[in-house]
Design a protein around this ligand. Structure first.
Ligand code: C5P
Length: 242
């Protein structure tokens, strides 16, 4: 599969996966000058959600709430309503929650943003987690590999008017060729060459993900656990641009 033609260069999203607010805050202080976007995941949301969201409200790069919502449509719509705030650029849901659930999320984001007179966050759908290997799919009773499942779920997400999907780097080129460059891809499981893969089973380097046409690259531990997170983020940004 040939890589998609790039419309804009990909953006780096740093996952603020830290046990304590002070640790997450210090990462924001150190990395905001690089113009990166931040990601508030479950650990931060449940641990110190209000404080970190207040801190990120005026960060120029904005932030992504990695809430991975998956529930009945009404509950997901109601949850999205509570998450729409200034500075929130992206909120995500699981595509496996189904079309009606994704539509409820998109609708709730638009309605709440209109009420608040702010820009609506984009809704992204998680296809298959990058920690899931092909054999795990079989165990879950899903036939086909991660690529086939990602395409099927992405079609549902696009029809539900999601702005894009979260997928593995290896699925980006095919998704772009099916759905066009406008339908965005956000890729976690990024590991610079030689770095530990941790629990990520479909990992790729920053360069490979960028060259495949990914719009956003999510990086956590290779930056947050580095001796110098600023230097680690700078070197990933440089690799994304080569
Ligand atoms: O530390 P690491 O770079 O593996 O962090 C990746 C981040 O992206 C984590 O916060 C994880 O929750 C998130 N994520 C993921 N796979 C997805 C969606 C989100 O790894 N499919």
């Amino acid at each position: 599969m040939t890589p998609a033609t790039r419309v804009t260069s990909p953006r780096l999203i740093v996952a603020l996966d830290a046990a304590e607010y002070t640790e997450a805050e210090s990462l924001v202080e150190r990395l905001a000058p690089l113009g990166v976007m931040f990601k508030v995941g479950l650990e931060a949301l449940f641990g110190y959600g209000e404080r970190i969201r207040a801190r990120l409200e005026h960060t120029p790069g904005g932030y992504f709430i990695d809430a991975k919502l998956h529930d009945i449509p009404r509950t997901v719509g109601a949850a999205v309503r509570t998450l729409v705030h200034p500075g929130v650029r992206i909120i995500n849901v699981h595509a496996l929650g189904g079309a009606a659930m994704m539509e409820a999320a998109v609708q709730a984001a638009a309605t709440r943003a209109e009420e608040l007179e702010i820009e609506a966050p984009e809704i992204f759908a998680v296809t298959i987690l990058t920690s899931i290997a092909p054999e795990d799919l079989r165990e879950l009773g899903l036939s086909g590999g991660p690529g086939e499942n990602a395409i099927r779920l992405a079609a549902l997400a696009r029809d539900a008017r999601c702005a894009g999907v979260i997928c593995g780097a290896h699925e980006v080129a095919e998704l772009k060729s099916f759905f066009g460059t406008e339908f965005a891809t956000l890729v976690p499981g990024i590991r610079p060459a030689g770095a530990a893969h941790d629990d990520q089973k479909r990992a790729a380097t920053p360069r490979d993900a960028a060259q495949a046409g990914a719009d956003y690259l999510v990086v956590g531990r290779p930056i947050t656990r580095a001796a110098d997170p600023f230097e680690a983020a700078q070197s990933i940004l440089a690799e994304m641009r080569t």
